[in-house]
Design a protein around this ligand. Structure first.
Ligand code: IDP
Length: 160
């Protein structure tokens, strides 16, 4: 937990963010990373992967009864995924707000999905929905030693 003036309850936390194969194919990697960077969040890990079926199925385990599970897993495994861990105050919830609603047609303009997508099955990006989910997903995609311990030296200009 981080304490600063006027901000005593928000947590320094981590979230798992992944740019899906539609996002990487469409050349949106830089645009998406830029949004998290400019916000002030700290990049803790990043890698380019073409996920195995096992990895995709484990990641989306909670959705295995859904009719779209098969196509979803196939889609995630179909190309390049940029897997990332971002850190900062409230990054799980704020990251979800920056990403927008699951269906891009219902995502507000200004959000990543609202600005960059149309179909729910091609919604460009994944972001963890809770702190516990984030911990689980980070553990699925990254080894502990892949999480980089570094000092974001501008933090005094981001946090009061
Ligand atoms: P989230 O990604 O916004 O957290 P979830 O409900 O966890 O949304 O669904 C995971 C992913 O499954 C979505 O991002 C989307 O790619 C896909 N998905 C969700 N609902 C549908 C659907 O009705 N049809 C096709 N794909 C879907």
């Amino acid at each position: 937990a981080r304490k600063s003036a006027g901000q005593t309850t928000m947590q320094m936390e981590r979230t798992f963010i992944a740019i899906k194969p539609d996002g990487t194919n469409r050349g949106l990697i830089g645009e998406i990373i830029a949004r998290f960077e400019k916000k002030g969040y700290k990049l803790v890990a990043m890698k380019a992967v073409k996920p195995s079926k096992e990895l995709a199925e484990t990641h989306y385990d909670a959705l295995k009864e859904k009719p779209f599970f098969g196509p979803l897993v196939e889609f995630i495994c179909s190309g390049l995924v940029i897997a990332m861990v971002w850190e900062g105050t409230g990054v799980v919830k704020t990251g979800r707000q920056m990403i927008g609603a699951t269906n891009p047609l219902e995502s507000a303009p200004g959000t990543i999905r609202g600005d960059l997508g149309i179909d729910v099955g091609r919604n460009v990006i994944h972001g963890s929905d809770a702190v516990e989910t984030a911990e689980r997903e980070i553990g699925i995609w990254f080894k502990p030693e892949e999480l980089v311990d570094w000092d974001q030296t501008v933090k005094q200009w981001i946090y009061e």
